[in-house]
Design a protein around this ligand. Structure first.
Ligand code: ZN
Length: 197
């Protein structure tokens, strides 16, 4: 693990946003790790610092300046806004809308043809939301240069079709309760927070 990844996880750990143990997630699956980035991003100085670091990684990755940072609501709102501040870019967000619960740009957000965008999320798990945001932005005529997240919990596997960077990469494994190795060891299971990812 790089020193930067270690220090980002340490920031999460200090705020109770990254726990190790034996957890029951909202999906019902068990995991030895729990991430809740809202617990670190609730501190504006931590959010600002993480936004600066992610912006600098994105700058290194893209070379051309980004006009727009676009994030999926709700998870990407705070960190996307901080990255946009650090990049001197405009910040837009997508939300799920309509009967198909499709990602869309609402609220009068305008994207101009030929603008450069980066997509920012707090945590990437499968990359599904980031991919959807990318499609929305491209359909509006902008170019998506890259994507970034604070944490990649796919172990580097998520492919969203553009260069991607994360401040820390984790391989988070989840288990069915009846096949959970931690249950097998008799370790008590805990349900943390109200909305684990
Ligand atoms: Zn278990």
């Amino acid at each position: 693990m790089t020193p930067q990844a270690a220090s980002v996880l340490e920031l999460f750990r200090l705020r109770g946003a990254y726990l190790e143990g034996h957890f029951r997630l909202t999906s019902g699956l068990h995991s030895s790790q729990y991430l809740q980035s809202a617990l670190v991003l609730q501190y504006p100085e931590a959010a600002e610092e993480l936004g600066r670091r992610l912006a600098s990684e994105l700058r290194r990755l893209t070379r051309s300046p980004a006009d727009l940072v676009v994030s999926p609501a709700l998870g990407g709102l705070i960190i996307g806004h901080e990255v946009a501040r650090a990049l001197g870019a405009r910040f837009l967000f997508t939300e799920r809308d309509g009967p198909g619960r499709q990602m869309a740009l609402r609220r009068g957000f305008q994207v101009e043809r030929g603008q450069n965008a980066v997509v920012v999320e707090d945590v990437i798990t499968t990359g599904g939301s980031t991919r959807e945001v990318r499609e929305v932005v491209e359909a509006a005529g902008a170019r998506v240069l890259a994507a970034g997240s604070l944490i990649d919990r796919s172990g580097g596997q998520a492919d969203i079709g553009v260069p991607r960077v994360a401040l820390a990469t984790l391989a988070v494994s989840t288990h069915d309760p009846d096949q959970c190795p931690l249950c097998a060891q008799g370790i008590p299971v805990v349900k943390p927070g109200s909305r684990p990812c």
